[in-house]
Ligand binder design. Structure first.
Ligand code: HEC
Ligand code: HEC
Ligand code: HEC
Ligand code: HEC
Length: 219
């Protein structure tokens, strides 16, 4: 409302130049304060949203405290799943799926959601040039964006947090079949109609080795 009034008056003053000298500066001043206020208000809103759990942080962050899982994950096909989008990779498989093996799919928005982490989301994959650390299927694709739980819950000095608290900060643990099916579904060119995703078999093959946690977090 106030902004509109400001605009109206500014418009009117154009027709009555005499009034400008008297009121234009105070009105502009008030409008500027209001607009600045609104900008700050809304950007703070965004910031709060991000801090509450929207931001992806990348696997290097998790590595700081989970070296074993990281080392083991790094060897999986999923960790390197961005590479198969390059031309000349998996040529036979691509041909069989009706894709062009000589084409560069590394910037193809049809492929990136499943071959990268957090595509299109805050802190997530943008492009291989800007966010190389988010290429491939990494920790947060299965465990949820770490922006909040890494900062607020996973304290190595106080590692006895409950899983419920971590979950409320965005942790997905344990990841369930539905998480896998976000990508392991028939929208993938490699997943035929007869495709079966058997969670119990896959989970043994593909995530990472599991290491004993020190504390019982009470799932
Ligand atoms: C500052 C250190 C730190 C960082 C960074 C960190 N974690 Fe943790 N995390 C911990 C600690 C400490 C535990 C509890 C370990 C234990 O009980 O042995 C834990 C436990 C976990 C658990 C098990 C949760 C439970 O309730 O049992 C998962 C899953 C996990 N972390 C995933 C991640 C992921 C994914 C990232 C990166 C986004 C990450 N962590 C980053 C310190 C960290
Ligand atoms: C809905 C998610 C999804 C989309 C979209 C997607 N993929 Fe995939 N892709 C997967 C999954 C899941 C696999 C692993 C399939 C398996 O082994 O279970 C995969 C596997 C592959 C492989 C390896 C195949 C093999 O047999 O080794 C290539 C190459 C590939 N995708 C390329 C692409 C390209 C190129 C695009 C875009 C045109 C694309 N994908 C789009 C999910 C997806
Ligand atoms: C963000 C998308 C995404 C999510 C989430 C995801 N995957 Fe994958 N997965 C892929 C892609 C893409 C490939 C193919 C990688 C390649 O061939 O280079 C793949 C490959 C695999 C493979 C290797 C295939 C093989 O036969 O060796 C296994 C196993 C697997 N995924 C299991 C899982 C499980 C279990 C989950 C859930 C806990 C899961 N994936 C979640 C995208 C995803
Ligand atoms: C493809 C999905 C997937 C990816 C990617 C993934 N995890 Fe996991 N993670 C799992 C599953 C599934 C479990 C086992 C849950 C259970 O015990 O039922 C698990 C368990 C864990 C645990 C508990 C302790 C253990 O070893 O079982 C930690 C800590 C953890 N992951 C950290 C990480 C970190 C760090 C990364 C990246 C370097 C990562 N995870 C990548 C699926 C994934």
């Amino acid at each position: 409302m106030t902004e509109e009034n400001g605009e109206d008056r500014a418009f009117v003053t154009k027709d009555i130049p005499l009034v400008i000298s008297k009121y234009a500066w105070p009105i502009t001043g008030v409008a500027a304060v209001i607009i600045t206020g609104l900008v700050i208000f809304f950007s703070m809103g965004n910031y709060e949203h991000v801090a509450k759990g929207g931001r992806f942080v990348g696997p290097d962050k998790c590595k700081q405290c989970h070296q074993e899982q990281y080392a083991s994950w790094k060897k999986t096909r999923m960790a390197n799943s961005f590479e198969v989008l390059r031309p000349g990779q998996k040529t036979q498989e691509k041909q069989m799926a009706g894709l062009d093996p000589d084409r560069d799919y590394t910037h193809d928005a049809n492929c990136l959601p499943c071959h990268t982490t957090g595509y299109g989301l805050v802190g997530g994959f943008v492009s291989i040039e800007e966010t190389p650390e988010m290429a491939g299927v990494s920790c947060e694709a299965c465990h949820g964006h770490g922006g909040a739980y890494v900062k607020t819950v996973m304290d190595p000095k106080k590692p006895t947090f409950s899983t419920a608290v971590a979950r409320s900060a965005g942790l997905v643990y344990p990841p369930t079949e539905n998480i896998c099916r976000q990508c392991h579904n028939e929208r993938s060119p490699f997943v035929g109609m007869d495709y079966k995703f058997t969670y119990n078999e896959r989970v043994k093959l593909g995530t990472h080795e599991h290491y004993h946690l020190k504390y019982e977090h009470g799932r």
